[in-house]
Design a protein. Structure first.
Length: 471
């Protein structure tokens, strides 16, 4: 007996895209069969998804909950994960930030107990975040933590803002970390900006009195992205099996650096944000233009063109949010290049916006859209095939998109914060139903989930990630 049977005429599955019966039992997909194969008598519930689009639940591989920003903490996972489910995202990856004096095990356990365990509606996982000077004992502990299910490590190449200290790693420490990751099946997640150039531009603009946040793209520039991307990529190319995941790619220069290394056969992967692909530095000039900002700064329409081309060619594998959920008052509280709040509240509209831009506007295949919002993240971070695919044995994380629910996005209809940078955006579809491990958690605008639903997912990278063939 099945717990649920989904009848679909457009489902994106491991077997292809088309009409399928999808049977769910005990939180997992039990069968994917030709339409009409399974009798409705064999299921406790039948979900008629015909006329809609059935896809794997979205995966956001880059967000920050309970992150200290502008003198306050951003939102806990509870409201953010609730918004994620309304938007069709069922798994989120956050950061466990190592502090000197801690073991890596303590860092992970503290992060989980402090704000995730029992407080998250979605499934979740952690990237480790190393900062400052990495002591030898942490490098020695890293292999054990990778094997325990935490194979991804975040690294900053810049302090980002002048008041920060001890965030960035030196190139020597990055080299040491990459060697450990290469030997023990890990991947480095890189925030790449050239710190010398960024800090020089802060000082230069301060001297010139050009401190309004509208000048942000001069500080966090395409040149900085070019220099830093090429520097860390060349370093990784000299370390055996060193895989890089370049976070929040914002410029053509970053795309080109990734593409060139991939063409040489190296395991370099790119992530961008729907923020970077659709807003430019001109949006800073709009009223409350801070709401469009995250770090690095927004760039130009030519950079947009590079992003969309890279999604098709593979230089960009994933669309994330770099989500930092703050109230509107906090987001617009700073108006200078050195105090504008980063992050954005994009987790809920991410799937709908990307469906609109890829399938509805550009005519791209549903499979490519699903790769960008779900499957590729699952593959790169060791969640696949448990997550990111509709296939027998996979978790029954499923989103049902309905083109009939397409509408202009309004902050009043969202669940993440009291503002949205996507106000008025004409979404071509919206999730009508979201399932997490077989449980219907959102249905027709009603929330049916619980903060106890979310589970910490341990991960292990596949060899294809390390040889550059994952996606």
């Amino acid at each position: 007996m099945l717990d649920s049977l989904i009848r679909a005429d457009r489902a994106v599955t491991l077997s292809g895209t088309g009409a399928f019966d999808i049977g769910i039992r005990d939180g997992r997909i039990a069968v994917v069969a030709a339409p009409g194969t399974i009798s409705e008598r064999d299921a406790a519930r039948v979900i008629d998804a015909r006329g809609r689009i059935v896809i794997p639940g979205g995966i956001d591989p880059h967000l920050h909950c309970k992150f200290f920003v502008a003198g306050a903490w951003s939102e806990l996972p509870t409201p953010v994960s609730r918004a994620a489910l309304f938007g069709g995202t069922t798994t989120m990856l956050d950061f466990a930030i190592w502090q000197p004096g801690e073991t890596l095990r303590q860092t992970i356990e503290k992060r989980d107990a402090d704000c995730w365990r029992g407080q998250c509606h979605t499934d979740y996982g952690f990237h480790l975040l190393l900062n400052g000077c990495v002591p030898l004992e942490i490098l020695e502990e890293l292999p054990e933590v990778i094997q325990a299910g935490f194979p991804s490590v975040k690294i900053f190449m810049t302090e980002v803002r002048p008041e920060r200290s001890n965030w960035k790693l030196s190139l020597g420490d990055i080299w040491e970390v990459l060697q450990v990751l290469g030997r023990h099946d890990g991947i480095a997640c890189i925030h790449a900006e050239d710190n010398d150039l960024v800090m020089h531009m802060y000082a230069k603009l301060f001297r010139e009195g050009r401190v309004h946040f509208q000048h942000m793209s001069e500080v966090h520039s395409s040149l900085s992205e070019d220099i830093s991307f090429r520097r860390v990529i060349r370093l990784a190319e000299h370390v055996e099996r060193a895989a890089l995941y370049m976070m929040h790619v914002s410029a053509r220069s970053g795309v080109e650096a990734i593409a060139e290394s991939r063409a040489r056969g190296f395991p370099i992967y790119g992530e961008t944000l729907h923020q970077y692909a659709l807003f430019t530095s001109e949006d800073y000039k709009r009223p409350n233009g801070q709401i469009y900002h995250t770090y690095p700064g927004l760039k130009t329409r030519d950079d947009h063109k590079a992003m969309w081309e890279a999604m098709q060619t593979g230089a960009i594998s994933c669309i994330a949010t770099d989500g930092v959920c703050t109230p509107f008052a906090v987001k617009v509280g700073g108006d200078r290049i050195d105090n504008t709040v980063g992050g954005n509240v994009g987790v809920e509209p991410r799937v709908a916006v990307m469906y609109t831009e890829t399938v509805a506007q550009r005519g791209w295949p549903l499979e490519l859209f699903v790769d960008l919002v779900s499957t590729n993240a699952a593959k790169l971070f060791g969640l696949y095939p448990r997550k990111g695919v509709i296939a027998p044995g996979s978790d029954a994380d499923i989103t049902v998109l309905d083109p009939a629910l397409g509408r202009a996005i309004r902050k009043e209809d969202l669940h993440e914060s009291d503002y949205t940078p996507w106000e008025g955006y004409p979404a071509a579809a919206w999730p009508a139903m979201t399932l997490l491990r077989g449980k219907v958690v959102v249905e027709d605008g009603r929330f049916l989930g619980s903060p106890e639903d979310g589970q910490l997912v341990k991960r292990r990278l596949h060899e294809s990630v390390l040889n550059g063939e994952a996606c």
